[in-house]
Design a protein around this ligand. Structure first.
Ligand code: B12
Ligand SMILES: *[C@@H]1O[C@H](CO)[C@@H](O)[C@H](O)[C@H]1NC(C)=O
Ligand SMILES: *[C@@H]1O[C@H](CO)[C@@H](O)[C@H](O)[C@H]1NC(C)=O
Ligand SMILES: *[C@@H]1O[C@H](CO)[C@@H](O)[C@H](O)[C@H]1NC(C)=O
Ligand SMILES: *[C@@H]1O[C@H](CO)[C@@H](O)[C@H](O)[C@H]1NC(C)=O
Length: 142
């Protein structure tokens, strides 16, 4: 009787594990996590704007920005396509970088690991945010 109960328990444990494992994998591979994205205008000193954007597992920043643009009417951006480096962030919420004025949107990241602000050495099409990264788009001069 005791042995039989143990057997049933064992089987049900194995069964629920079988059910759970694919669920966990699906969650990890297709689930999305929120990241904060702040828009800073260091030239006009307009107030900062912070948005929450959803990013898929190991997804690129550009994907999270596209999803945010589709779901939030207050957030808009445009890119130009560079042959070698991919998408160059041209404008955010109507404010565009300008060669004559030497202005551009700088990509900065406040890392979730230690809180320091880094300047990634790739653009929005290549950068893969970490779960606790805080993305900062800083309108500035070069
Ligand atoms: C000057 C320069 C800039 C200037 C360009 C100003 C201008 N209009 O001239 C400014 C300051 C705007 C700039 C910005 C950035 N840059 Co830059 N930049 C350079 C640099 C030093 C020279 C480019 C150049 O003049 N080439 C000569 C001309 C004749 O060729 P071109 O094809 O016309 O050049 C254009 C492209 O290079 C483009 N461009 C410049 N940077 C970037 C970055 C990205 C992601 C894209 C798509 C295009 C692009 O602007 C140039 C003028 O139109 C290169 C390094 C190098 N030695 O090549 C880095 C370089 C191209 N930049 C780089 C990076 C990472 C950035 C930023 C993402 C940095 C950041 N964290 O903000 C930002 C772009 C952000 C955005 N808005 O998308 C990387 C790209 C690597 C990669 N695989 O993504 C490089 C290779 C330097 C590095 N760190 O290794 N950059
Ligand atoms: C985003 O910012 C809010 C407000 O500062 C904070 O409570 C939240 O934890 C942040 N979310 C992430 C994913 O960093
Ligand atoms: C805007 O955000 C930047 C980056 O997070 C921060 O350094 C700055 O103090 C903020 N400015 C204001 C007015 O909140
Ligand atoms: C903080 O972490 C980043 C990478 O996440 C690293 O490049 C940087 O050197 C670290 N800075 C400090 C002060 O530890
Ligand atoms: C934005 O750029 C300005 C000018 O380069 C710089 O002083 C400032 O620290 C940057 N903003 C942030 C949030 O790092």
């Amino acid at each position: 009787m005791m042995l039989y109960l143990l057997k049933v328990l064992e089987l049900s444990t194995v069964f629920s594990l079988l059910l759970l494992v694919p669920g966990i994998l699906t969650e990890k591979e297709h689930g999305s996590n929120p990241i904060n994205l702040t828009i800073v205008n260091s030239i006009s000193n307009a107030p900062n704007e912070t948005y929450s954007a959803d990013i898929v597992f190991r997804g690129i920043l550009l994907g999270a920005m596209r999803r945010l643009q589709q779901t939030n009417a207050d957030f808009k951006f445009t890119c130009t396509e560079n042959f070698n480096y991919g998408p160059f962030l041209e404008s955010v919420n109507g404010v565009a970088g300008n060669n004559a004025e030497h202005t551009y949107w700088e990509l900065l990241v406040q890392t979730g690991k230690n809180g320091s602000v880094i300047r990634p050495d790739v653009g929005i099409g290549c950068y893969i945010p970490e779960p606790n990264d805080h993305i900062i788009l800083n309108f500035t001069k070069w």
